[in-house]
Design a binder for this molecule. Sequence first.
Ligand SMILES: [Zn+2]
Length: 274
Amino acid sequence: MSRKFVELEFYETYYHANIVSNVIEDPYSYIRLIHEWYEDCEEDVFLPAFPKQSRLHGLAAHIIANLIHEKFSDPESYSLANNGGDNVWIDRALKHHNLPCDGFADFVEGQVDSLDQVTEDHLFDYHQELGLAGHTEMLVERLSSEVFHILFSNRKLLALFNEFMARGLGQFFDKIPESELGRNLSRPGRLKRVRIPAWVKRAVFFRDRGKCSLCQKDLSGILSTQPDSQYDHIIPLAAGGLNDVTNIQLLCQTCNGKKSKRRVAVSNVYEAWY
Ligand SMILES: [Zn+2]
């Protein structure tokens, strides 16, 4: 399948997307989760310009990996395992996504005489085994890219997400080596302006349907002549914004000119399907 297509199975995707958007809308209630994520990625999460695995993919993957972990320590999963083995959540999810899956029942075969002898420890070992085989990671990648697919169209949510990412960049500034000045940073706490890659422009152009996202002016005719100036950082670089596909929107020159260096302006107006 070409890189420009993505296969979506929509397996509990809205449930996951809902949790990710709750975290973004109210990050202070999930501060431990967010700090764990920051710690996992350290300052690297902020510096590279326009990684294809956007920061939203990263946060979604962290949240989903946590949810999977919780499912393994959840007594309900454990009793489901007791009730037939095939009901383990991760087996259903792996099979749904056509990912390799031997199944929990096969895993415990030989270890117990019957499934009602399964204990929490078997479930824990199975979790470890799937982790080592890379199956959990593959699943997390699939699920997080489905969440991204949905949330990428919500500009207000992207603005909130990038707002807290900008606060994170501020917090992590002390940890960022001075050698980054001039490389990724234009000055302390501020990322350098870089050329926006063609794939980012394409993604944003199609999401915003070739129209200014604030005044809906049609920009499809003038895009080729003014390549970068129509692509606006939702959270400006001057306010700690990131070079990330989630932080870019399409704006006409007039709206871009009106938007001051530190202002954040997003619209919740979208072109209707019909
Ligand atoms: Zn406009």
